[in-house]
Structure formats: C-alpha cells, structure tokens
Design a protein. Structure first.
Length: 161
C-alpha cells in the first residue's frame, strides 16, 4: 500500500490475524499513524505476536510535498503506544541501532511498535514526488498472487477478484 491515508497498519493487522504462522512487518509513516490513531488502539487490543509495526517519523506528510504534521515536535508516538497498552515500543534514530533492533525482533516473534526517526526529504520548488511504478489495481494483484503462490492461500476467487 502506498499513501494509504493511515490504513497500512489496519491492513497489516488484518493480514497478521489471517496468517498467524507468518511474520508481518508494516512500514508506516507518522502521517499515516496520525490519520488513523484508532488503528493503533485496535492493534493494542489484539497485539498479534507476528506483527511488527515500524513508523517512519519525519514529522511531515512527505507525499504532500512535506506538509508539516500538526503538533509534530511535541507528539510522542511511543508514549501514545505505551498509553494504549503496548509494552514493546522503541524509538531509534540511528542505522546501527535499527539494525540491532530488527535482528532482535526477527528472532523474538512478538508484537512490537518501533518509531524510526528519519529526516524529511525536502523537495525543492517545483519538484514532484516521483510516481509509483504500479497502479493500485496492479499492486493488489501482485500482492494477492504473491500470497497465493508463497502461502498456498486462495486470495482471488474464480472470477479473479
């Protein structure tokens, strides 16, 4: 999913619940999380052990020409997650720290939320966000076929949708 307006995490949660024997890692954005805080509360109520939620925090809506997030400098996503009952939460701001944590989480297989502090990509005047290489429908079918082939789960019915 790209520019899912906050629903990448909800999609990942549904996927994690449907395939509990497989790890599901979602790469979300702070803008996406801000648009769907209810999704975080739902995750907190279920906390599937196969779901790891990464939030790339650049304090802006990057796909909207880096428009600033409201209250960006004061918002603490880890504190919000802990307040919702998510114990396994971290903030990382360096590549080595992230690599160590990714390795650890890959071995532990438990629900976690990781906020990764990143710098925004400052677009210069007139620069556009690059277009996606695939349209939404193609993303759907590529992902669905991948799930069908790798997990032997029927995603698309006899009519192909």
């Amino acid at each position: 999913m790209h520019a899912a307006m906050g629903f990448a995490s909800s999609f990942a949660l549904g996927l994690a619940l449907c395939i509990p024997q497989h790890p599901v890692w979602v790469l979300d954005s702070d803008g996406g999380l801000a648009m769907n805080m209810g999704g975080l509360l739902t995750e907190a109520s279920v906390q599937p052990g196969n779901l790891t939620h990464f939030v790339l925090s650049n304090r802006c809506y990057q796909s909207l020409k880096a428009a600033p997030l409201v209250n960006a400098e004061q918002t603490d996503y880890v504190a919000m997650a802990r307040g919702a009952g998510i114990a396994q939460t971290w903030t990382v701001d360096d590549a080595g720290q992230l690599a160590d944590l990714v390795d650890r989480l890959g071995r532990e297989h438990r629900y976690a939320l990781v906020v990764v502090e990143v710098e925004p990509d400052r677009l210069t005047e007139g620069t556009q966000v690059p277009p996606l290489p695939y349209e939404g429908a193609e993303l759907k079918y590529r992902f669905g076929r991948y799930i069908e082939e790798t997990l032997s789960i029927e995603v698309f019915g006899p009519r192909g949708y």
